[in-house]
Design a protein around this ligand. Structure first.
Ligand SMILES: [Zn+2]
Length: 73
Protein backbone atom coordinates (compact mmCIF):
# COMPACT_ATOMS: atom_id res chain seq x y z
CA UNK A 1 0.00 0.00 0.00
CA UNK A 2 1.74 3.14 -1.27
CA UNK A 3 -0.07 5.56 1.03
CA UNK A 4 1.13 3.71 4.12
CA UNK A 5 4.75 3.78 2.94
CA UNK A 6 4.55 7.50 2.24
CA UNK A 7 3.33 8.15 5.75
CA UNK A 8 6.20 6.14 7.18
CA UNK A 9 8.70 7.99 4.97
CA UNK A 10 7.35 11.30 6.21
CA UNK A 11 7.65 10.22 9.84
CA UNK A 12 11.19 9.03 9.16
CA UNK A 13 12.12 12.34 7.59
CA UNK A 14 10.70 14.25 10.52
CA UNK A 15 12.60 12.11 13.01
CA UNK A 16 15.76 12.67 10.98
CA UNK A 17 15.25 16.43 11.00
CA UNK A 18 14.63 16.45 14.73
CA UNK A 19 17.81 14.50 15.30
CA UNK A 20 19.79 16.96 13.19
CA UNK A 21 18.27 19.93 14.99
CA UNK A 22 19.31 18.38 18.29
CA UNK A 23 22.85 17.75 17.04
CA UNK A 24 23.15 21.33 15.77
CA UNK A 25 21.90 22.72 19.07
CA UNK A 26 24.37 20.57 20.97
CA UNK A 27 27.26 21.67 18.74
CA UNK A 28 26.32 25.35 19.08
CA UNK A 29 26.25 24.97 22.84
CA UNK A 30 29.66 23.29 22.81
CA UNK A 31 31.12 26.40 21.17
CA UNK A 32 30.35 28.07 24.49
CA UNK A 33 30.74 25.80 27.50
CA UNK A 34 29.05 22.57 28.37
CA UNK A 35 25.80 21.73 26.68
CA UNK A 36 22.12 21.91 27.55
CA UNK A 37 21.67 18.85 25.40
CA UNK A 38 23.31 15.51 25.97
CA UNK A 39 25.90 14.57 23.33
CA UNK A 40 25.08 10.94 23.88
CA UNK A 41 21.32 10.78 23.52
CA UNK A 42 20.26 14.30 22.51
CA UNK A 43 18.03 14.67 25.55
CA UNK A 44 18.11 17.77 27.70
CA UNK A 45 20.60 17.48 30.55
CA UNK A 46 19.13 17.70 34.05
CA UNK A 47 19.36 21.38 35.17
CA UNK A 48 20.60 20.24 38.58
CA UNK A 49 23.46 18.37 36.95
CA UNK A 50 24.33 21.41 34.83
CA UNK A 51 24.28 23.66 37.89
CA UNK A 52 26.68 21.30 39.68
CA UNK A 53 28.85 20.76 36.60
CA UNK A 54 28.38 23.60 34.07
CA UNK A 55 30.77 22.03 31.60
CA UNK A 56 28.79 18.76 31.49
CA UNK A 57 28.09 17.62 27.95
CA UNK A 58 26.29 14.41 28.68
CA UNK A 59 23.36 13.48 30.87
CA UNK A 60 24.13 11.44 33.94
CA UNK A 61 22.96 8.26 32.24
CA UNK A 62 25.26 8.68 29.22
CA UNK A 63 28.18 9.83 31.37
CA UNK A 64 27.90 6.72 33.52
CA UNK A 65 27.66 4.52 30.45
CA UNK A 66 30.75 6.22 28.97
CA UNK A 67 32.72 5.77 32.19
CA UNK A 68 31.77 2.09 32.37
CA UNK A 69 32.87 1.71 28.75
CA UNK A 70 36.21 3.45 29.43
CA UNK A 71 36.94 1.27 32.44
CA UNK A 72 36.42 -1.85 30.39
CA UNK A 73 38.81 -0.78 27.58
ZN1 LIG B 1 22.30 11.22 27.44
Amino acid sequence: MKLGNAAFDLADQRAEQERETGIRAARAALAREGSPICMGCGEEIDPERRAALPSARRCLHCQQRLERFRRRH
